[in-house]
Design a protein around this ligand. Structure first.
Ligand code: HSE
Length: 404
C-alpha cells in the first residue's frame, strides 16, 4: 500500500482526491499496489466532506510521516510550495505538482535534487492541464532533436479569441462573459497579458532544449490589443487569431515568444477552439505531432497529477532521468527572428500604397467592406528589427499582428 499526501484541497487538489479514490481499482493494478490518500493538507475546514477524516493543517505531520512516499501538490504559487517541495524531496519523498510557477522557477533545481535523492519530481499537469505533453517529451521523443514547440497554452485566452472570431464580439464583452462563467479569473492579467502561457512555454522549451529557460527572457505580448476589427480582416483572409507560445531552434539559434498570431486554416492549431489547448511539436525525425485536450479544469488537471502519482509509486525508488540542466539557455535576440506581419493602416489604399511599399517592399493588401477609412497589408518575411524600423515610416499605422 502506497500512502500519498495531497497539498491543497482547492479545485485541483480536491480533483486529485476524487481521481485517486474513485479510480482506485484500476490505479491499484496500474501502480502495482493500492494507493491510499493518507493526508490532505489545507488551512480550511470542510464540514460534511469525507476529506475531513484525512485533513491536516500542519505540513510537518506529512513530512515527518515515513509512510508517506508521494506528495501531490496543487496549491499554486511559490510560497510555501517551493519549501514544501524541497523538504519533501530532502526527506526522500516523491513530489508531483501542477504548479507551473514552481516548475518554471525552480524546476531544474528540483529535478537535480530528486536525482540526488533517487526520487522523482514530476510535473505533467503544469503545462496543458490534462494533456500528456511532458511525459511524451521525456520518454517518447528522446530519439529526436526537438526543433519547435508551438502551443495554445492558455484556455482563457483561447476561449476569448474563439468567441471574438465566431461572434464578432469585442474583447471586453467576451472577457466579462468568461469571468461570469468562471473561466477567467477576476484578475485576468496573467492570462490575457500572456504570462501564464509564457511560463508554460518556458517549461516546454527547457525540456525541449535541455537547459533552463527563464520566462522573464521570453518576448511576451498578450491579447488585450486584439479587437473585433482585427477579426473582420482575419475572417476575410480565412484566418483566425490565436495566442501562441512558441519556442524553436533555427540554425543553432533558439527563439521563444508569446504573441497573438494570425493562423490560416491549414495550420494544425487552427481548429483548437474554446477553452481547449493544443500543442504542436516538431522533431527532426518524427516530424509533426499534435497534442489536444483540456488545458485547465478540475478533473483534467487532477487526472494528470494522479497519473504522476501512479508513476511515482511505480518508480518510488528509481529516479526517472529528466533532460533539464540548471545551465541557462541563452535565447537569441528576438529582434533577429523573422515573420510576416499583418498591419492595419488608417487612410485609403490608393493614397498610401506607395508609402507602404517604400517602407516594407512588396506587400499583399486586404480591404474589408464597411471599413472605408482603413486597409491592411501583409508584409513579406522580415525580421522583427527590420519591421520596427520600417513601421516608423508608415503614417497612420493602427496595429500589427504576426502571422504564424
Ligand atoms: N488560467 C489557466 C488557463 C489555467 O486559462 O489556461 C490553467 O493553467
Amino acid at each position: 500500500m502506497a500512502k500519498v499526501a495531497i497539498l491543497g484541497y482547492g479545485t485541483v487538489g480536491s480533483g486529485i482526491y476524487d481521481v485517486l479514490t474513485t479510480n482506485s481499482d484500476t490505479i491499484t493494478v496500474k501502480a502495482g499496489e493500492p494507493v491510499e490518500v493518507k493526508y490532505v493538507l489545507d488551512l480550511r475546514e470542510f464540514p460534511g466532506d469525507p476529506v475531513g477524516e484525512v485533513l491536516v493543517h500542519d505540513f510537518q505531520i506529512i513530512l515527518n510521516d515515513p509512510e508517506v512516499e508521494v506528495v501531490a501538490e496543487a496549491m499554486g504559487g511559490l510560497k510555501p510550495a517551493y519549501s514544501f517541495a524541497k523538504a519533501s524531496l530532502e526527506a526522500g519523498k516523491n513530489y508531483c505538482t501542477s504548479n507551473k510557477e514552481l516548475v518554471e522557477k525552480h524546476g531544474a533545481e528540483l529535478v537535480a535534487l530528486a536525482k540526488e535523492k533517487g526520487k522523482n519530481f514530476l510535473f505533467e499537469a503544469s503545462v496543458g492541464g490534462g494533456i500528456p505533453i511532458i511525459r511524451p517529451m521525456l520518454q517518447s521523443l528522446t530519439a529526436d532533436r526537438i526543433t519547435s514547440i508551438t502551443g495554445i497554452l492558455n484556455g482563457t485566452t483561447n476561449y476569448i479569441l474563439s468567441k471574438m472570431s465566431r461572434q464578432g464580439l469585442a474583447f471586453d464583452t467576451v472577457l466579462k462573459e468568461a469571468q461570469d462563467l468562471g473561466y477567467a479569473e477576476r484578475n485576468p492579467a496573467a492570462d490575457v497579458e500572456g504570462f501564464d502561457a509564457c511560463r508554460k512555454i518556458a517549461i516546454l522549451a527547457s525540456l525541449a532544449f535541455g537547459k533552463d529557460v527563464d520566462y522573464e527572457n521570453i518576448y511576451t505580448e498578450g491579447i488585450t490589443q486584439i479587437t473585433d476589427t482585427d477579426f473582420k480582416y482575419a475572417n476575410k483572409m480565412g484566418m483566425s487569431v490565436k495566442l501562441f507560445g512558441d519556442a524553436r531552434e533555427e540554425r543553432g539559434d533558439v527563439y521563444a515568444c508569446v504573441a497573438p498570431m494570425l493562423v490560416d486554416m491549414e495550420h494544425p492549431l487552427y481548429a483548437v477552439n474554446g477553452v481547449y489547448n493544443g500543442i504542436l511539436v516538431e522533431g527532426n525525425k518524427v516530424e509533426k505531432l499534435m497534442f489536444f485536450g483540456s488545458g485547465a479544469g478540475k478533473l483534467p488537471t487532477a487526472s494528470a497529477v494522479a497519473a504522476d502519482v501512479v508513476e511515482a509509486v511505480k518508480f518510488k525508488n528509481t529516479n526517472l532521468p529528466i533532460y533539464w540542466s540548471a545551465e541557462k539557455l541563452e535565447l537569441s535576440d528576438f529582434g533577429t527572428s523573422t515573420k510576416r506581419f499583418f498591419v492595419r493602416v488608417a487612410g485609403t489604399l490608393a493614397e498610401k500604397k506607395a508609402m507602404c511599399e517604400a517602407a516594407f517592399g512588396p506587400c499583399e493588401y486586404v480591404t474589408v467592406d464597411g471599413l472605408e477609412d482603413e486597409f491592411a497589408l501583409v508584409t513579406q518575411t522580415i525580421s522583427e528589427n527590420k519591421f520596427a524600423q520600417a513601421a516608423k515610416k508608415v503614417e497612420g499605422m493602427i496595429t500589427k499582428i504576426r502571422l504564424a
